[in-house]
Design a protein around this ligand. Structure first.
Ligand code: C2E
Ligand code: CA
Ligand code: CA
Length: 532
């Protein structure tokens, strides 16, 4: 055990000699298994005293007023680490850094942080800042100002040691934290006990009222994690998953794990219980994974500007095709895959869902890139429902169907139809299809236009006899033609005067048979008989 005097004397040389190193403690979404990020925790490995625990030297350094020096050192290490991950194309997961009470009181601390961040050119969204609840009590205004500054710069602010009992709900609601960290040590770790459980669930409920996501730390057993999940807290940091580990080890984790994000606490009372979609044992998850078609859960910022896929089921992966993996899909920036007009349509549909509170559908084209299949243009039909709302974003449940093949086939059909129309107009030909089993006739567009026929004529040829297309005295002859076709005639031809003008037409029929030789369809055509 080192004493205050020894720490005081060794600190400055220790900084110069880089005796401090930063460890990372991974944090997970207990429901999905996704790594959501880590907390940076400092370690002092002194050549003279050996390993010194932060619990011993941090309070001493606070007393000496030199904590800002250490924290800036740690912050720079974190920026350097993130920069390295970016440069090496590693999966990126945000890192939380600790900011002590002394740091807040240090006039230009935040400016110095920001300078370091800019120096390493790391996006602010990759850094969370942890402030303790005790700091908040010491002087709410100082903390409120610090948080405002951090927010203006784009940092996310977490309240450390929430539940330590210092602050009331009243204090909390005036301080604009984004995430709460609940330390199990403050409830005696006695989750199994009734008292511990009650305290914990009321703390989590309190967090829900504040509409803030909660990370539970100090979670050591699966029972604790499961209990937390059951009260609506999915984010876990603790020995159960991992101790704080050195950078190289943490880096290895990054290359193997699905990276998730922290989902803002949703206002779930009015809607489907969104929380249940994250619980692997819930009925919702069971349904999501097994009984519905391709589906995803997406989070959309309330200004509709940013959209993230949080979760997809196996069928979704298959529906998109292209050998994509779940994590590849989740890492897409969906808006970037949408074509210009499609992006507008998708956004409009989301707006409509919010306005009507009802499921809405849209069809959008996307450009998807994958390693194996290159770039493809696909058309997706989405049915969108809202399932949750927070003060910053909304959750949507989206069922999708890949309709690229249908869309393309429709395009080709339209194309050939267009060509066919032009040809039939030029050749002055009328044509139609006749189904033998149903006696239904489908006239071509010219028949419809020139003879005023509907797209489907039932009980053919009677309606055409009735409307005078076939003159009365030729009715029986025409009925006989149809009778022969129904009976299996392969080919028939006749000259028939049509309409009351009795214009002579050359009518031809060709019949189609199934594999047993039964007639199924006949194709008819009529061309005007021209005088030679
Ligand atoms: P903290 O911010 O509450 O950090 C969480 C502490 O809980 C860490 O202790 C971590 O190792 C420990 N922990 C994590 N999981 C478990 C678990 O399952 N069971 C138990 N019993 N403990 C767990 P550590 O690293 O010893 O740090 C102690 C405290 O020192 C931190 O508490 C924080 O207040 C302070 N600290 C650490 N690094 C820094 C730093 O870079 N700057 C500042 N200002 N303070 C730091
Ligand atoms: Ca902390
Ligand atoms: Ca803590």
């Amino acid at each position: 055990m080192v004493d205050f005097q020894q720490i005081a004397e060794s600190f400055e040389p220790a900084i110069v000699n880089r005796e401090f190193s930063v460890y990372f403690q991974p944090q997970y979404n207990h429901s999905t298994g996704a790594l959501i990020g880590s907390e940076a925790l400092v370690r002092w490995i002194s050549p003279k005293y050996g390993f010194i625990s932060p619990a011993d030297f941090i309070p001493a350094l606070e007393e000496m007023g030199v904590i800002p020096t250490l924290d800036l050192y740690v912050f720079e290490e974190v920026c350097r680490f993130l920069r390295k991950c970016i440069d090496e194309g590693k999966s990126l997961a945000r890192i939380s850094v600790n900011m002590s009470r002394n740091d807040i009181l240090c006039e230009d601390y935040i400016e110095r942080l920001e300078k370091l961040r800019v120096k390493y050119d790391v996006p602010t969204k990759l850094i969370h800042v942890e402030l303790t609840e005790t700091a908040a009590v010491a002087g709410p205004n100082v903390v409120i100002n610090a948080i405002r500054k951090l927010h203006d710069l784009g940092y996310t602010v977490e309240m450390d040691d929430f539940g330590s009992g210092y602050s009331s709900l009243n204090v909390l609601k005036d301080i604009d934290f984004d995430v709460l960290k609940l330390d199990l040590k403050f409830i005696g770790g006695a989750i199994g006990s009734e008292r511990g459980g009650t305290i914990l669930s009321s703390v989590v409920r309190m967090a829900k009222w504040l509409k803030l996501p909660v990370i539970a730390e100090g979670v050591e057993t699966i029972e604790q994690a499961d209990f937390l999940k059951s009260v609506g807290c999915d984010y876990i940091q603790g020995y159960l998953y991992s101790k704080p580990i050195p950078a190289p080890e943490y880096e290895k984790l990054l290359s193997g794990k699905t990276i998730g994000s922290i989902v803002p606490q949703m206002n779930i009372d009015q809607f489907v219980d969104a929380g249940k979609f994250w619980n692997p044992a819930s009925m919702e998850t069971l349904i999501f994974s097994n009984f519905v078609g391709a589906a995803s859960i997406v989070e959309v910022s309330n200004d509709f500007e940013s959209l993230d896929i949080l979760r997809v089921n196996q069928k979704y992966v298959r529906e998109l095709g292209m050998n994509l993996s779940e994590s590849e899909i989740i890492s897409f920036k969906p808006y970037d895959t949408l074509e210009g007009e499609s992006k507008r349509i998708y956004r409009e549909t989301l707006r409509k869902v919010v306005a009507t509170r009802e499921e809405q559908e849209c069809e959008t084209w996307r450009i998807i890139k994958s390693e194996c299949c290159g770039t493809e243009r696909i058309c997706i039909r989405s049915s969108i429902q809202i399932i949750g709302e927070s003060k910053v974003s909304r959750l949507f449940y989206v069922m999708v169907r890949n309709i690229t093949v249908e869309k393309n086939a429709l395009e080709t059909m339209r194309d050939s139809e267009r060509r066919f129309k032009a040809a039939s107009e030029q050749a002055n030909i009328y044509y139609w299809e006749y189904s033998i089993a149903t006696k239904e006739m489908r006239p071509c567009f010219r028949c419809q236009r020139d003879l005023g026929l509907p797209p489907l004529v039932r009980n053919y040829p009677e309606p055409l006899i009735e409307n005078g297309t076939f003159p009365e005295d030729f009715a029986d002859m025409y009925r006989d033609i149809m009778h022969q076709i129904n009976g299996g005639a392969k080919r028939l031809e006749a000259i028939i005067p049509l309409t009351k003008e009795r214009v002579p037409y050359h009518v031809r029929y060709t019949t189609e048979f199934d594999e047993n030789g039964n007639p199924i369809k006949a194709y008819g055509s009529a061309t005007k008989v021209v005088d030679k």
